[in-house]
Design a protein around this ligand. Structure first.
Ligand SMILES: NC(=O)c1ccc[n+]([C@@H]2O[C@H](COP(=O)([O-])OP(=O)(O)OC[C@H]3O[C@@H](n4cnc5c(N)ncnc54)[C@H](O)[C@@H]3O)[C@@H](O)[C@H]2O)c1
Ligand SMILES: O=C(O)C[C@H](O)C(=O)O
Length: 337
């Protein structure tokens, strides 16, 4: 057996964490041979709930879970962690956009960036789930200058999974037959779900999704809108934001970051933009990436339609606006934000 690694989940008493902790502790992210010390960070009013979560984790009798560390102290929560799932933040309610959470949530990510900087391992992989995820990841990284920027990411995997599921349903094929559906830009209603590079395998042959679907009106219309508005649709139905699917997506994201992507396959992650595909630089923008040796690389050389370019420009503009707003909320002298 390998040495245990320390993994922190923030918002550990919340609804996403309730599914996520189990999946991590089962070995679905870091592998079935990787023992884990789980750090559960939440805020003081949630201590009682956290105690219940600790009891349930114990009652699961999970062989890989060697220790559970519940805490409300970021110094303890982030101490020596190799992976961080930053879930703890306020969720939106019906009628809100995710960016309406910015002023409430961005300060959490300042504090957690500072704590990561001081206490986490320098090669920690940070996944921000709490909304607005892209801008929170940007803020978090800015307050953790001793950790490489490449180690911060925001979750758009839920959007990718939603989009893949829509395409599989449209084609009447299993999810596993569809790959390389991309989410560009912000985890918000301006994101661009793009099936243009997608591939589907049917009867042993691989084909482009565009050819297989053969319905431009769908691919540029209801497909895009359904994915963009899926989070709001779940809130309208459940009166709470997505949790089970968000936890699954967080596991998929970290799993692929940790273990790599298969040859010819790419996945979407919000990562620091280098200006690829005319996106704004230095915001956290969702790109298709390939991953090897725990390092992601933006897939280059894809040909985008004029329709796609317009969509990328809209979502990029929103990310720049969010960044400006974050700066005004934090009214900080963080020069690298
Ligand atoms: N990126 C995505 O695809 C995606 C998907 C679903 C939800 N989300 C977001 O994830 C976040 C969490 O959602 P949820 O449904 O689990 O919410 P929740 O309200 O059920 O749980 C949030 C938890 O975070 C805790 N918390 C608040 N401030 C904290 C802090 N400073 N440190 C540690 N913990 C803190 C709360 O006490 C609570 O236990 C929300 O912002 C939601 O919008 C993102
Ligand atoms: O939509 C939300 O506010 C929650 C989450 O970001 C989602 O996409 O389901």
């Amino acid at each position: 057996m390998a040495e245990p690694i320390r993994v922190v989940v923030t918002g550990a008493a919340g609804q996403i964490a309730y599914s996520l902790l189990y999946m991590i502790a089962r070995g679905e992210v870091f592998g079935k041979d990787q023992p884990i010390v789980l750090h559960l960070l939440d805020i003081p009013p949630m201590v009682g709930v956290l105690e219940g979560v600790v009891m349930e984790l114990a009652d699961c009798a999970l062989p890989l879970l060697v220790e559970v560390v519940p805490t409300t102290d970021p110094a303890v929560g982030f101490k020596d962690v190799s992976a961080a799932f930053l879930v703890g933040a306020m969720p939106r309610k019906e009628g809100m956009e995710r960016k309406d959470l910015l002023s409430a949530n961005v300060k959490i990510f300042r504090t957690q960036g500072q704590a990561l900087d001081k206490f986490a391992k320098k090669d920690v992989k940070v996944l921000v789930v709490g909304n607005p995820a892209n801008t929170n990841a940007l803020v978090c990284s800015s307050y953790a200058p001793s950790i490489p920027r490449e180690n911060f990411s925001a979750m758009t995997r839920l959007d990718q999974n939603r989009a893949t599921s829509q395409i599989a349903a449209k084609l009447g094929v299993p999810i596993s037959a569809v790959k390389n559906i991309i989410i560009w830009g912000n985890h918000s209603s301006t994101q661009y779900p793009d099936a243009g590079q997608g591939k589907v395998t049917a009867n042993g042959a691989e084909k482009s999704v565009v050819d297989a679907v053969n319905d431009t009106a769908f691919l540029q219309g209801s497909f895009v809108e359904t994915v963009q508005k899926r989070g709001a649709a779940v809130i309208a139905a459940r009166k709470m934001s997505s949790a089970m699917s968000a936890a699954k997506a967080a596991c998929d994201h970290m799993h692929d970051w940790w273990n790599g992507t298969a040859p010819g396959q790419f996945v979407s992650m919000g990562v620091f933009s280098d200006g690829s595909y005319d996106s704004p630089k230095d915001v956290i923008f969702s790109f298709p990436v390939e991953i090897k040796n725990k390092q992601w690389k933006i897939v280059s050389g894809l040909t985008l339609s004029d329709f796609a370019k317009t969509k990328l420009s809209v979502t990029g503009k929103e990310l720049q606006e969010e960044k400006d707003e974050a700066l005004s909320v934090l009214d900080s002298n963080v020069s690298n934000l």
